[in-house]
Design a protein around this ligand. Structure first.
Ligand code: CUA
Length: 347
């Protein structure tokens, strides 16, 4: 009887041993696999030629402050990540089960005053360092310079609407989606949205942080770009079906060129008409009016009837929002004139 039991238990433990070692191998394989997968997923993002994890190159002092804070915080994040992962691997190795029975506890540790002091004090020091750095950077990020080197400052009202950006300059000039600005001049932006619209978010990464465009509320931000060029961004708040098409750009021009553009736009509105077609109508109705998420427009008699067109953009129709509810007469006329000269062909 006894011999049989012994034999049976020996047999069963012999049968168990290879299975448990294969389970151990399986676990190791799974860990290595997970690590490789993680690396494969993260590496392209981290090493991407768009800067990877790093913010885009700043072109305005406030964006510089944001970039510097990001890098400062990242140093701690990286150090803590490496420390925690290394300790984890070291502990897994050092305190592995070896031949100890599956349900037997390993060596116990009771209290480690120095360690406890260390892991309480270290985070306090890290948070204090990060807090101090960020508070020192903050004025440079949020305070708008009163005037640039030339003593000037430009103010622009930025309104987010489904699904375009509208800019209003002090002289009444209106532009859509692309904001022109002079180089080397601080530009103060009042970011808002109409009462009947939804929340959008103004974001040109090279020129500073995100600012929400909230119906009925005005948020203020600014930028000052030294280098002429086009800086691109995107509405950063999911605002409806065409959110992805709600792109934004700032075109920084040499100051004299900007002044000339702003003056010309006071009297010449054909550029505005085109911006309205591309930015306001075409995102839903198609570039040539061929139809998209909204019906085909090409060939519609409304396009050539200024009164019907005005009634449509001011009041909307069915699912179409009142995209031009608060447009000036000049804006409505600019669109009508553009459509008259460039009737969409539908292909
Ligand atoms: Cu507007 Cu997203």
């Amino acid at each position: 009887m006894g011999a049989t039991e012994d034999e049976a238990s020996r047999r069963s433990s012999a049968a168990r041993r290879p299975r448990s070692s294969s389970r151990w191998e399986l676990r190791l394989l799974a860990s290595v696999g997970a690590a490789l997968l993680y690396t494969a997923l993260v590496a392209p993002v981290a090493l991407g030629d768009n800067g990877g994890f790093a913010p885009v190159a700043p072109e305005s002092p406030n964006a510089e402050g944001i970039r510097d804070s990001f890098i400062f915080v990242s140093i701690f994040i990286l150090a803590i990540f490496v420390l925690v992962q290394s300790l984890l691997i070291a502990f897994v190795w050092r305190y592995r089960r070896r031949r100890r029975d599956r349900f037997e506890d390993g060596a116990q540790v009771h209290g480690a005053t120095n360690l406890e002091l260390l892991w309480t004090a270290a985070p306090v020091v890290v948070l204090f360092a990060i807090g101090t750095f960020v508070f020192l950077e903050l004025p440079g990020i949020s305070n708008i310079p009163s005037a640039g080197a030339t003593g000037e400052r430009l103010e622009v009202r930025v309104t987010g609407k489904q699904f375009y950006w509208q800019y209003e300059y002090p002289n009444g000039v209106v532009a859509i989606d692309t904001l022109r600005a002079p180089a080397g001049v601080p530009v103060r932006l009042e970011v808002t949205a109409p009462e009947e619209d939804v929340i959008h978010s103004w974001w040109i990464p090279a020129l500073g942080g995100k600012f929400d465009a909230i119906p009925g509320t005005t948020n203020v931000t600014w930028f000052e770009a030294e280098n002429p060029g086009v800086y691109e961004g995107q509405c950063a708040e999911l605002c409806g079906v065409e959110h992805a098409k709600m792109l934004a750009a700032v075109e920084v021009l040499p100051e004299r060129e900007f002044d000339a553009w702003l003056e010309a736009r006071e009297t010449e509105t054909s550029e505005l008409g085109e911006e309205e077609w591309v930015g306001v109508c075409a995102k839903c109705h198609g570039d040539t009016g061929e139809g998209g998420i909204a019906p085909r427009l090409a060939g519609s008699p409304i396009l050539l009837d200024p009164e019907a067109l005005e009634e449509l953009v001011r009041n909307g129709r069915g699912e179409m929002p009142a995209v031009g509810a608060d447009w000036t007469e000049e804006q409505v006329d600019a669109l009508a004139a553009y459509l008259e000269e460039n009737p969409p062909r539908g292909s």
